[in-house]
Design a protein around this ligand. Structure first.
Ligand SMILES: Nc1ncnc2c1ncn2[C@@H]1O[C@H](COP(=O)(O)OP(=O)(O)OP(=O)(O)O)[C@@H](O)[C@H]1O
Ligand SMILES: [Mg+2]
Length: 399
């Protein structure tokens, strides 16, 4: 028989309160107006530059601040609080998985990273259980930060370091090669004149000359690639740069019957080095022509967009930055997934006559303009390069 004392009403007595809980209960009883504290608490959470989401033990949402909505790419709805988190975060299954583990895992992650592929966003988070005064778990909280920009910057930094050492070596080799190559060209030219009647010799010498020219092109591009970018910044008309790039790409490679569609927002201007920027688009357009092999369509679009700054890099408040987004999209053969990570590497090429420096130069120039370049490609459907550039840059013009 149980010897638990029964109360006169037959119900079991309540568990005794812990001293801490008793103190806080006394405090709230003595405080008739808890509202200002609640408001202050809400405002702390609301003003935080980290995302916060907290759930009750029954899986309903207890709070979710604005930054959380922003990072998850969701819009706040009136009835979100109190609804199951799996409902509110329906579009973000990766977050649902993390929160679902909150009551099951014995060790909750303190510094973990999560990649939201659909949003192309990386989040660093901490997960903790919310404990009652007597140590009972009554919910869970996830604190997180958008690490997308941090990651991009680290990647650019890694690339810059890799290129710096590679560049030093390449500059040395290119320099040494330039003179003997010029010598080969000159001597093959002289020899050509000495054997005007020998067809075989003429054809061999023509091959020597064209190979020497190709080698020379690689050397010139290599030197261009390793040379530090010095930008001469001017206000530039975007449509003009793109038109010029199409003509230059046409003179560099064969366009054939490719249809070129240019659609630029009216009066779009950017502070940039127009010569270098036109080189960026010349290389992208030439690649598209080469991929299209004389048929298909090339679409070039340019629009402006205000991009919210990342609070991690801003001062008191994130500053919205006007950016220009330029897409160069072809409906060519596309790229195999395993090649996408390699195409920006210097000397990576799939073409017999390519030097593989075109995209490496593109990336370097875009980087010097504080911009970024992204590629998306589907085999059999096409490839799109997206260049995102600040309309004006306050820093880093001379890299
Ligand atoms: N629009 C595109 N469609 C398909 N593949 C592409 C496209 N653009 C680039 N590539 C791939 O990326 C590789 C690297 O391009 P990159 O411009 O750096 O060098 P390249 O064109 O081969 O040589 P070059 O130095 O003469 O430009 C190409 O060889 C090609 O395989
Ligand atoms: Mg190229």
């Amino acid at each position: 028989m149980s010897n638990t004392p029964k109360r006169s009403d037959g119900r079991r007595p309540r568990r005794p309160m812990s001293p801490l809980r008793a103190r806080s209960a006394r405090r709230s009883a003595a405080r008739p107006h808890a509202a200002p504290h609640d408001r202050f608490f809400r405002q702390i959470v609301g003003s935080m530059r980290n995302g916060v989401i907290a759930i009750h033990r029954d899986g309903t949402v207890a709070l979710m601040n604005d930054e959380a909505y922003r990072i998850f790419g969701l819009t706040r709805k009136a009835g979100d609080l109190g609804r199951p988190f799996s409902d509110v975060l329906r579009k973000r299954p990766a977050i649902i998985r993390v929160l679902s583990g909150a009551f099951e895992l014995s060790h909750l992650p303190n510094r973990a990273e999560l990649r939201m592929r659909d949003l192309d966003r990386v989040v660093g988070y901490t997960l903790s259980q919310v404990m009652d005064d007597d140590g009972t778990s009554i919910g869970a909280a996830m604190f997180f930060k958008d690490l997308t920009l941090v990651e991009q910057r680290e990647e650019s930094e890694r690339l810059r370091n890799r290129l710096a050492s590679l560049g030093e070596m390449a500059a040395g080799i290119a320099h040494e090669l330039k003179n003997p190559l010029a010598g080969i060209e000159v001597m093959a030219g002289l020899l050509r004149r000495q054997v005007p009647d020998s067809k075989d010799a003429q054809s061999l010498l023509a091959d020597i000359l064209s190979e020497a020219k190709l080698a020379n092109k690689i050397v010139v591009e290599m030197l261009e690639f390793v040379r530090p970018v010095r930008l001469q910044v001017e206000r530039t008309d975007v449509a003009g740069v793109l038109q010029q790039a199409v003509s230059m790409a046409e003179s560099k490679t064969s366009r054939g019957n490719v249809l070129v569609d240019i659609d630029v927002e009216p009066k779009l201007a950017i502070e940039c080095d127009d010569h270098q920027l036109s080189q960026v688009f010349t290389n992208l357009i030439a690649n598209a022509f080469e991929a299209l092999e004389g048929k298909g369509r090339l679409g070039i679009t340019a629009v402006s967009k205000i991009v919210e700054g990342d609070p991690a890099f801003a001062g008191a408040a994130p500053t919205p930055t006007p950016m220009i987004i330029i897409d160069v999209a072809d409906d060519g053969p596309g790229l195999k997934v395993e090649l996408i990570d390699k195409i920006f590497d210097p000397f990576f090429t799939t073409k017999p006559q390519g030097s593989g420096l075109g995209l490496a130069i593109v990336r370097k120039i875009v980087d010097a303009h504080d911009g970024r370049i992204d590629v998306s490609s589907t085999p059999g459907v096409g490839t799109r390069f997206r260049v995102t550039l600040p309309v004006s840059s306050a820093s880093g013009w001379f890299k």
